[in-house]
Structure formats: C-alpha cells, structure tokens
Design a protein around this ligand. Sequence first.
Ligand SMILES: [Zn+2]
Length: 373
Amino acid sequence: MTEKSKPGKPSKTRKAGKQSRAGKTSAASRTSKKARKPDKPEMPDKTKRPVKVGGREKWGPISIGPVTASPGELTRLELPFSRLATGTWASIPVAVLHGKQPGPRIWVNAVIHGDELNGVPIIRELVHDIDPTRLRGTVVAVPIVNVFGLIKESRYLPDRRDLNRSFPGSARGSMASQLAHLFMTHIVAGSSLGFDLHTGSDGRTNLPQIRCDLEDPVTAEYADVFGAPLNLHSPLRGGSLRAAAGKMGIPVLVYEGGEAFRFNREAFRVGYEGVRRVLERLGMYESGLPPVTNSPARSHASQWVRARRSGLCQLSVRIGARVKQGDRIAVIYDAATRWESVIRARADGMIIGMTRVAIVHRGDAIVHIASID
Ligand SMILES: [Zn+2]
C-alpha cells in the first residue's frame, strides 16, 4: 500500500500517479498493459534533492522511490524491490519524516539480517514520536531491509547470501546485490549519516554497543553522544553497508543490542534514546532526554573465548560485567561424568556478547570480551 499521512491522522488519499502503481499488488494488476512493465518497477532513478536557489537550498518536497514527501509530513511508502514467484510485488516499507525546516538528511534501518528484529520497535517508536512539523531535516526510516530474510526467519536472503556482505551491490547482480543497490540508491545517497541496527547472531546476545570508526573524530563524537555502554572500534568489513556508505563519505553508526529473533527491553531503550540524542546533537529534533551520565567505555580490541571441548555450558558472568584476567567465566561439563572444564578470562575486559545456548561444541564461541582502552 502506498499512502501519505499526517501523524496521528492517516489520510486515505492514495497517490494514483503512474509511478506509484508498481508498488501495489491488486492495483498494479489493474493497470493497462502499456503501463505495466513486469520486471521493472517504475521509479525515478535519482532522488529529487532540494533545489539550490542563489547558492541557498530551497527546502521543498523530496522523492524517494515512487513517492514524493512534502515538508512537515510523515509519508509512508513501499519501495518495490522484486516480484515474488506469485507475481505480486515484494516491497520494502519506508517512512519518511520530512521536516518543515531545512536540515540534514539521515536514515535509520534495521533487519539487514532477517532474524535481527530488535531495531524494528526502535524505528517504529521513533517514527511515532518525531513530529515532522517540528523537525529540521529529514529522517528516512527503514524498519525492514531484508524483507525476504524476515519472512523466511533467516539471517540471509533466499539465495543464501548475506546482505551485509553484498554492498554497494549492482542493478544486475544477485538478489542480495540488487537489494543492496536499491538501498544505496534510494536511502543512502544524499544522506549525511546513517544508523544500521543489528543484534547478536542466532544463539548469541550482545551488550548494547556502537561499532564504528573511532579514529574518525566526527563519528567518534556521534558514538559518544549516542551513549551506549560501549563504543567498539571496528575495522570496515568488505561488502558491508558501513563500508559502502563510508566510501561515499557518509558515516554509519552500527548499533548492536540483544539477540536474534527476540526483543530486548534494554537494547530497545539504549537504541531509541541513542538515535534521539544524536538527532538532537545534529540540531534536528529535541530529545528531552537527560545527558548521558556515564560516558561510553571505548575498546579497540575484542576477542571471543571458544570452547576447548564439547559439552554443556554454564556461564558464570553477566552481559556487561567487567572481568579480570583469571576470573572464571564459564564451566563446560559432561552430562554423565564428573568431568568439567573451567573457562577463565585470559585478560581484563568487559563482557560484550555471549552464547544463549547451553549445548556447545569444540570451537564454539562462548563469551565475547572487549579490552577497555
Ligand atoms: Zn546483523
């Protein structure tokens, strides 16, 4: 469905323009044969940017995919990506908060990995709570990028590719590559900052943390303002959204919090408040939140402690705990004998991730420890 609505008062007016047809399902099937292009949704190739008049930007509507968003309004749209085997369209849900006043354009996305859901409620609440008539600039919210992964309850796309190893993608590549390209074209291009919300992978949970380039002073400042318990310096990984946006000079704060398939209240709170605090720092929207009392810990190195033998694993530490070298962090034991193996911290640090599964095999990652700067 393609609709345009004011906050709290959804409008029933639907855009009936030629370009909005591609994203619809039943409506698309009613379009004339001439207008219908089965495998190419009709979308402008370039995002319409505010026009420069006499050196100054005139703040006006922007186009994202098939829809134009007006200043001071919340516009919801569906970015058509691919036909399903059923012949109907699969689309990416997008909400555009286009402020009444000029300002930066940022995006917030979740579910690049189809099973990492904790960012969805963060984005949902942000879109609900930000009033576009009081916003300076534009917030483009994409709660689910990997639509196929979410439906399949999988981290990956149906072709078993990892979307976060497929950026910047290409218009004619694999499904993952085309999805990455669509995201780069319509969401990343023209933005000045992005938030990419993740959780631990299946069977692991992460302490709420920002992963970014702490050597870049601007990014490091945003990370500090975000106010998660930890900022982890993270080298760029080829094919990731952060790497692809970085090549365009656009910093991305990757937020990790909670675990796959589950919602986590603390990871929600830290993520929601963090985005609001950065928006305030950018002069876009007041957060009404108190300043962060404890500045985030910083780390430039982290390591997973792995099981030396298979067995049943009982953890002795909690997420976020500080440990000293030699502290007991877990015990692995046999079900039928008295054999057990105590796992101890090899260095001082903070527990930033851990397994949520009691059955471990030799080599499995058990606890993720960051060395604090
Ligand atoms: Zn992820």
